[in-house]
Write a protein that binds this ligand. Structure first.
Ligand code: GDP
Ligand code: MG
Length: 792
């Protein structure tokens, strides 16, 4: 077996972190704890694996490594957990870990027992699951060349041989441990839903790592077929795979597939159906042979819990808490746990290593052994050379060019979204205005007309104005993801985001947040880690969105004569600062990191397809309209009604809003905003800004000029603000009050549409948190500023 431990003492080990770029070394062991260590092991950092240091990110951290032919980014702090040695050092004999297979007899099942035929799609992130799913079901599902795009499962149906079959797209995982929500999701799904077959998709160009997951599925003893996806890429690479032999070894049919053009898809489905039909009779399953000691343990423990499959039994020996929970409550539970613990000790003593690495090593040993027999690499390719599909990295992650290129691309995306988007937005606004006018003229005066014209049509307009931006933005995001650039963007800026406890991937939502919080919050879906997603969602609203700009422009123009640009910029910077501080506090307190998240794969660049981008764009647009429109519409009508009622005859618009419920609320909160230097009119403006931040300015227009259509360029409004006085003769505004007001507008609760987006991504609980937190921060910051400034 792995007879290296004694030799370990004789070799000189170093830390991967200290290795220079270009160096290839051999992994000795991974230090560190549970989740992080497990993730590294399953990414291929097992004993004897060769790692090449490819490059430092432009900001020096993280570092790109090549292992098992794929590119992985690790932070320095993580690489420091990997012990390595010279690549020539002979301290373990990997081929020895290959023991071939054992066979298990599995009783026949009736696939129609639950009235549905169900096939589950399982595979690594980026191996093409969603592409295959879309091609089979015709569903408009999101596809992305970026880990974790599929975060929950999607179901679709297809017909084959007159039978209706359900296909389920599960989240991409590298493994099936207990450490990540995605992996637990897949595990639980298989246990609770008993798919009749598993369609395991693997990236044919990256078999060593992809088949690691396959070894775990093999142990579940469910009929399995393997789709060798990206077959087009394998053929191009010149590698030869003996599919026959590989299928025989794994005991599962393998079918070459090119998912994005549908090649081979029908064959693989037919193979899956055949596997389901065979499973009605007793069948023989192939399992990884872990060697005599572990096999004996598996047999003994398996007999103690006959209802569990081999996968779960092995997990119990591995001390997997989730698997152990499954036996809790059984009469022999204590017995099983005790026996498993003894076995674990015996195995660890015998291999002189810990159980996690032993099992991972053995699985990788099996995969390696099988590939040694079935895969002939293209002899013209030298080992250690990067695979095709990475050449653009010379430019795109280049030390000097990476950041400028990133900024230009981001700027292009931003401009397209918010400048191009402004045209359809303008059309929608005029269309809505036109319809409102038309209905307004056609209906008699009265509450009903006002409700329809100002409340409902205004509210619908408030929903629709976001649609063009969402469509354009997600078209671009899809291109970035599909091409593989998104992972590079994260690689480039990770160092900066790391400072505040986040992953580089959060960068894109933050950037979008300067345009509009709604698509920004929707874009957090690209973060695979729920904690990161939550922190990003909750801090994105501090990025000053474009709807707040009119208010700043008005106030800056009215009260600052010098340094207007700097003053405006300071507001944006304070927003960023507050977001950063908030993210740090959250990461240190109630939203702590989990350590697996920073190991990121950099997939090869692939040509994005217009079809995928369009599918993605429409599905996001649909999601927005379906999931958020009702909340936004209802809330807009409520805000309208608060400013409209109660009615009194013959009031000016100014008196109307002053006497409305909104005005009364503004007056009621006056004592709270007074320490910030605000009067009730400002309080009211802030409250109406809930519907949309642009409304802050129009409300001030009504309150100070009596005109309903004042905007930030309106000189009368500017003058009115400059000359407005309080009852005691003091000016309502001065530069200090204006700045304090800008700070408040920057930081206080997000508009209804953004809150609807938060509700959709995180739930009501976090909406409530966000409203309270942001408003408290806004109050505090304005208060501190105002109280200090007036004393200077
Ligand atoms: P998932 O993360 O497993 O759902 O993978 P996706 O379906 O999102 O695909 C990831 C990337 O691989 C996308 O850019 C696809 O266009 C691309 N892709 C999918 N299947 C194939 C294939 O058979 N050949 C090639 N060359 N690319 C593919
Ligand atoms: Mg997917």
């Amino acid at each position: 077996m792995i007879k290296n431990q004694d030799n370990n003492q004789n070799i000189v080990t170093r830390l991967l972190d200290n290795e220079p770029v270009g160096m290839t070394v051999q992994v000795v062991r991974v230090m560190g704890d549970g989740a992080f260590r497990q993730r590294l092991l399953e990414m291929g950092f097992v004993r004897g694996a060769l790692v090449t240091v490819l490059k430092n990110a432009p900001l020096k951290d993280p570092v790109e490594y090549m292992i098992l032919g794929s590119h992985i980014s690790l932070r320095h702090s993580e690489a420091a957990q990997v012990e390595v040695t010279d690549k020539e050092a002979e301290f373990c004999d990997m081929e020895d870990a290959f023991n071939g297979i054992v066979e298990t007899t599995v009783a026949g099942v009736d696939p129609m027992a639950d009235d549905v035929l169900r096939i589950a799609l399982i595979g690594n992130p980026n191996c093409g699951k969603t592409s295959l799913f879309n091609s089979v079901t015709g569903a408009k599902e999101k596809v992305g060349n970026y880990g974790g795009v599929t975060v929950d499962s999607k179901e679709g149906w297809f017909n084959i041989g007159g039978r209706k079959v359900q296909l389920v797209d599960l989240p991409g995982t590298y493994s099936l441990t207990e450490y990540s929500p995605e992996e637990m999701y897949v595990r639980t799904y298989i246990r609770d839903n008993h798919p009749d077959a598993i369609l395991n998709i693997v990236d044919a160009g990256n078999l060593e790592r992809n088949l690691y997951l396959t070894t775990q599925i093999m142990d579940m003893n469910i009929p399995m077929v393997i789709a060798l996806n990206m077959w087009d890429e394998l053929e191009k690479s010149g590698d030869q795979l003996d599919i026959e032999m590989m299928s025989r070894l794994l005991g599962a049919r393998m079918v070459p597939v090119t998912a994005y053009n549908g090649h081979g898809v029908k064959d693989v489905l037919e193979a899956a159906m055949a596997a389901i039909d065979e499973s009605e009779q007793e069948t023989l399953h192939h399992n990884v042979n872990y060697g005599t000691l572990i096999e004996d343990c598996l047999k003994e423990l398996g007999e103690m819990c006959p209802e569990l499959d081999r996968y779960t039994v092995l997990k119990i020996i591995e001390n997997d808490q989730h698997a152990i929970q499954l036996i809790e409550g059984k009469e022999n539970a204590e017995d099983v746990k005790k026996t498993a613990a003894e076995m674990r000790q015996r195995i660890e003593r015998d291999f002189n290593d810990d159980i996690t690495s032993i099992v991972t090593d053995l699985k990788y040993g099996f995969v390696r052994g099988a590939l040694a027999e079935a895969l002939t690499p293209n002899p013209e390719r030298t080992t250690g050379e990067t695979k095709p599909g990475y050449s653009m990295d010379r430019l795109l992650t280049n030390r000097w060019l990476a950041l400028p290129i990133l900024l230009v691309l981001m700027w292009l995306m931003f401009e397209a979204t918010f400048t191009l988007g402004a045209y359809p937005q303008g059309w929608i606004e005029s269309g809505i205005g036109w319809i409102g006018e038309w209905i307004g003229n056609a209906m008699p005066d009265g509450i009903l007309r006002d409700l329809i014209v100002d409340g409902i049509i205004g509210g619908v307009g408030g929903v629709l104005v976001f649609l063009p931006q969402i469509l354009i933005l997600f078209f671009f995001i899809s291109l970035l993801e599909d091409s593989g650039y998104m992972a590079r963007a994260a690689f480039i800026v990770d160092r900066v985001m790391h400072r505040v406890g986040l992953h580089g991937k959060s960068f894109i939502p933050y950037l979008i947040g300067f345009g509009c919080g709604v698509p920004a919050i929707m874009a957090t879906r690209t973060l695979e880690n729920r904690r990161d997603r939550l922190v990003t969602i909750l801090t994105v609203p501090f990025m000053s969105c474009s709807a707040r700009l009119p208010a700043y422009l008005l106030l800056v123009a009215a009260f600052f004569t010098a340094n207007q640009g700097l003053i405006l910029m300071s507001i944006y910077l304070i927003g960023i600062l507050v977001a950063a501080i908030t993210a740090i506090i959250m990461s240190k307190t109630f939203l702590k990191h989990d350590k697996t998240q920073f190991v990121m794969e950099l997939p090869p660049y692939r040509k994005p397809t217009a079809r995928n981008a369009t599918i993605h764009m429409w599905s996001k647009g649909k999601q927005y309209l379906q999931k958020m429109a009702t909340i936004i519409l209802a809330a807009s009508i409520i805000v309208w009604a608060l400013g409209y009622f109660p009615r009194h005859e013959g009031q000016t618009p100014q008196e109307q809003i002053e006497n409305s419920y909104m005005g009364q609320m503004g007056k009621a909160i006056e004592p709270i905003v007074e320490p910030l230097g605000f009067n009730w009119q400002m309080g009211v403006s802030v409250l109406t800004g809930a519907a949309a931040k642009e409304i802050v300015v129009s409300t001030m227009g009504v309150l100070y000029t009596g005109e309903a259509d004042a905007d930030e360029e309106s000189t009368t409004l500017k003058e009115k603000l400059q000359t407005a006085t309080k009852p005691n003769g003091e000016h309502v505004f001065n530069p200090i009050i204006a700045y304090s007001f800008m700070l408040f507008i920057l930081l206080y609760f997000p508009c209804i549409a953004a809150l609807a987006a938060i509700k959709r991504e995180a739930g009501w609980k976090w909406v409530a948190f966000e409203v309270v937190y942001t408003t408290a921060v806004a109050w505090l910051v304005s208060f501190v500023f105002y109280q200090i400034a007036i004393r200077l």
